[in-house]
Design a protein around this ligand. Structure first.
Ligand code: ATP
Length: 220
């Protein structure tokens, strides 16, 4: 059976950089589908600017018409506390015991992977698929470099033959788009058209999201 991709992020908001790189990975690596998993309470960064429900609604608009992209609200449904990817992967593993699961990460996110909660165990629950832009490289003498040396797979067939445990670095067209930049543009009254799907831009405008700089309250 083909691998299932798991793409976690704040998605505050989702943008064409996320969607384009997910699509290229889906096609190049022969995945069955990709679950987009918005994070409820990020463990290692500031709270999102809009609620989980709003970020999920934006994601649902973004993936309309692409059946291989699934919006997955399991982190938003989980009880209070930080959203650890380790717990998310345990949840996927309980659902798909023997299936190949591939956690998608941009190279920028992977550079901090050794600070993640139970990061070494994550590698036993899923493969890691690292998306990098052409020419970008992993710095030597880091935990992440050592992990790649130990578990790096030459070929994508490793992702189809085993359920977890390999690290694959794949080159994608990485568009220079960030959610930070999109939020700043909205707050400055500038257009975000062509950086996000039109339906996402329309929803942000009609719901008046990202107009102020304050984060959403995650206390409950
Ligand atoms: P922010 O600017 O708020 O930090 P972001 O645009 O980096 O947000 P996240 O939701 O934090 O988006 O990222 C989720 C995942 O998407 C991470 O693995 C990150 O590496 C990846 N990612 C972010 N931007 C891009 C992009 N332009 N192209 C491909 N992948 C991206």
């Amino acid at each position: 059976m083909r691998p299932i991709g798991i793409f976690g992020g704040t998605f505050d908001p989702v943008h064409l950089g996320h969607l384009r790189s997910a699509l290229e990975i889906y096609e190049a690596l022969g995945f069955e589908r990709i679950h987009f998993v918005p994070c409820a309470r990020p463990a290692h960064r500031a709270a999102p600017r809009v609620s989980g429900e709003q970020r999920l609604a934006l994601l649902e608009l973004a993936v309309t018409g692409q059946p291989a992209f699934v919006c997955d609200d399991r982190e938003l449904r989980r009880a209070a506390g930080p959203s650890y990817m380790y717990d998310t992967l345990l949840s996927f593993r309980s659902q798909y015991a023997d299936r190949s699961l591939c956690l998608l990460l941009g190279l920028d996110a992977f550079l901090h992977f050794s600070q993640w909660h139970r990061w070494a165990e994550i590698c036993d629950l899923a493969h890691l698929v690292i998306a990098r832009r052409p020419g970008a490289d992993l710095p030597e003498r880091s935990h992440e470099y050592a992990l790649y040396q130990a578990r790096g797979a030459e070929s994508v067939s490793a992702l189809h033959q085993r359920a977890a445990g390999s690290v694959v670095i794949t080159t994608v067209t990485q568009l220079e788009i960030s959610a930070t930049d999109i939020r700043a543009r909205v707050a400055a009254g500038r257009s975000i058209r062509y950086l996000v799907p039109d339906a996402v831009a329309d929803y942000i405008e009609t719901q008046q999201l990202y107009l102020s700089h304050s984060a959403v309250d995650l206390s409950d």
